[in-house]
Design a binder for this molecule. Structure first.
Ligand SMILES: [Zn+2]
Length: 112
């Protein structure tokens, strides 16, 4: 399976001949000011999903957020983002939380 080198999206359904061309989602800069002051580049369709992706990566090791902890995340458009000129000073702030989704399994018990 091919993966976009820029945004890392898996290219399931792309076929240039059929007009199905991949376009990267807009680029955002995301940081968690409480723990870090470096802005991380994230491709997502909108600010809130960029914040969610950041939280997912942030929480990948500790799973702190699965226990009800939250982080506050700031998101602003990257200068390559077409929204940059419209809202360059417009840093949005999100509280991010997570939850474990219950998963159920069924295994057949074979009769003797
Ligand atoms: Zn891409």
């Amino acid at each position: 399976m091919k993966q976009c080198e820029k945004c890392k999206e898996w290219l399931f359904n792309c076929d240039a001949k059929a007009g199905r061309v991949h376009r990267c989602p807009p680029l955002w800069l995301v940081t968690c000011p409480e723990y870090d002051d470096e802005w991380q580049e994230i491709y997502e369709s909108e600010e809130s999903s960029a914040a969610e992706k950041f939280a997912e990566e942030y929480d990948a090791d500790s799973h702190d957020m699965m226990d009800g902890n939250t982080i506050v995340v700031s998101v602003k458009p990257h200068e390559d983002n077409k929204h940059y000129n419209l809202c360059a000073d417009n840093i949005k702030t999100f509280v991010c939380s997570g939850k474990v989704i219950p998963t159920y399994y069924a295994s057949e018990i074979k009769r003797d």
